[in-house]
Design a protein around this ligand. Structure first.
Ligand code: GRF
Length: 194
C-alpha cells in the first residue's frame, strides 16, 4: 500500500512510521506533506528518501476549502492508498475527510474517548487520572472521534507535568502507530492494545 503522511512539525511519529516500512512491510511511504514549509519533519523525511511537499496554510487565512484544494494537489499526485495524520495540527473539513473516509488514520495523545482536542496531558493531570496514553483512530468528520484502531497506556507518575507525561506518551505513540499501520494495510482492523 502507498502511504502518505501529513505533518505539521517535528514529525517524530512520521519518522517512526517511515522507519517501520523499511524491508518486507506491505506499506511504502510515498509522500510526507506538511502545512508549514519550515516543518522540521520535512528534512527528516527527505533524509530518509521519502518525497516531500509543503502547502503553507497561512496565506489561505480562514479559507479552509482553498487550503485543502491546494493540499489535494500533491496528495492526489502521490496516489495514496492510506493517509496517516501524524502530529498534523489542522482541522480538516468533512468534504476533505469524505474523500478518504475509511483510509485516513490519526494519532491522538489521549485514551479516547477521553480528552478529544488539545492540551490532553494537562487535562488528564487536572482530572487526577492514574493512567494516560495515546490512541490511533480512523478519521471521521467529528474531531478525534472515529473508530479506535489502537491504544497504548502509560502510568501517571507523582510529580508529573504535562511535559513529563507527554514525553512518556510519545514513546508509546512511536510503538503504537507503526503496529496499527501494519495491521491496517494488511486489512486487519483488530485494535492494537499496548
Ligand atoms: C505530539 O504532541 C504528539 O503527541 C501528537 O502530535 C505532537 C507532535 O507529534 N501526535 P510529532 O512529533 O510531530 O509526530
Amino acid at each position: 500500500s502507498r502511504v502518505a503522511i501529513l505533518i505539521s512539525g517535528g514529525g517524530s511519529n512520521m519518522v517512526s512510521l517511515v522507519a517501520s516500512m523499511a524491508g518486507d512491510h506491505p506499506g511504502r511511504a510515498v509522500l510526507v506533506l506538511a502545512n508549514d514549509p519550515a516543518a522540521k519533519g520535512l528534512q527528516r523525511a527527505a533524509d530518509m528518501g521519502v518525497p516531500v511537499a509543503a502547502v503553507d496554510h497561512r496565506p489561505f487565512g480562514k479559507d479552509r476549502a482553498g487550503f485543502e484544494a491546494a493540499l489535494l494537489e500533491p496528495l492526489l499526485a502521490a496516489q495514496p492508498d492510506v493517509i496517516c495524520l501524524a502530529g498534523f495540527m489542522r482541522i480538516l473539513t468533512p468534504d476533505f475527510i469524505r474523500r478518504f473516509q475509511g483510509r485516513m488514520l490519526n494519532i491522538h495523545p489521549s485514551l479516547l474517548p477521553k480528552y478529544p482536542g488539545l492540551h490532553t496531558h494537562q487535562r488528564a493531570l487536572d482530572a487526577g487520572d492514574s493512567e494516560a496514553g495515546c490512541s490511533v483512530h480512523e478519521v471521521t468528520a467529528e474531531l478525534d472521534a472515529g473508530p479506535i484502531l489502537g491504544q497504548a497506556r502509560v502510568p501517571v507518575m507523582p510529580g508529573d507535568t504535562a511535559d513529563t507525561l507527554s514525553a512518556r506518551v510519545l514513546v508509546q505513540e512511536h510503538r503504537l502507530y507503526p503496529a496499527v499501520l501494519r495491521r491496517f494495510v494488511a486489512g486487519d482492523r483488530t485494535p492494537v492494545l499496548l
